[in-house]
Design a protein around this ligand. Structure first.
Ligand code: FE
Ligand code: FE
Length: 204
């Protein structure tokens, strides 16, 4: 980023920086997804990640087309934001024990990635319009549509977890509905988490 930071003087520079940033991000996400597929206990979540891995290959290709239309070589610019989001997800996966918690943790980590992408595509679409490069917009919009659909799919997977009819495996500890979850005490939370909560209470 340092090299580029003083080079952004025009709107065009800012657009190009955003594009290179996102090109880097999509490639990093492509590398991170196999690890998430490996870790996901839910078959449905694994299938969803695999589907999105294939879509992400398409995202990289569409961004290559954008570079092509701009007569520039595809180039990535290191993006600390996506590095941080992916690192946090990876660290979290290393700390989670238990399938149910892992599924929920992975869904939240993946949604952080999708939300990042949604904001970046939104900005690039607006900036391409401002710069009169409406020819680039359909390519960005196609990627954005995949990110939004993935985000919604993840939300429905998270909600499904709280619906006992939708899940084959049910356990006594699983809340029956989101409404009940809001009021239920975390009485069956793992002892470690309970101790951590107690420490936090004392500290705060
Ligand atoms: Fe993407
Ligand atoms: Fe995505």
């Amino acid at each position: 980023m340092g090299l580029f930071s003083k080079d952004i003087q025009s709107f065009e520079d800012l657009f190009m920086h955003g594009l290179q940033d996102l090109f880097y991000a999509e490639n990093q996400i492509l590398q991170a997804l196999p690890g998430m597929i490996d870790k996901a206990p839910s078959a449905e979540l694994r299938a969803g990640f695999e589907k999105h891995r294939k879509e992400t290959e398409g995202h990289v290709q569409r961004l290559r087309q954008v570079f092509d239309l701009l007569d520039t070589e595809p180039k990535g610019e290191k993006c600390p934001a996506i590095d941080g989001i992916l690192k946090e997800g990876k660290d979290l996966m290393g700390e989670i024990e238990g399938d149910d918690v892992m599924n929920v943790g992975l869904i939240a980590a993946a949604q952080a990635v999708e939300h990042y992408e949604i904001t970046r595509y939104g900005a690039l679409i607006a900036w391409a319009g401002e710069l009169g490069r409406t020819d680039l917009i359909p390519l960005f919009k196609a990627n954005l549509a995949d990110e939004k659909a993935t985000d919604q799919k993840l939300t429905s997977l998270a909600e499904k977890r709280f619906n006992p009819q939708a899940e084959k495996k049910t356990s006594a500890s699983k809340p029956k509905s989101t409404a009940r979850r809001k009021t239920a005490k975390p009485s069956r939370a793992p002892a470690k988490a309970k101790r951590a909560l107690a420490r936090k209470k004392r500290a705060g």
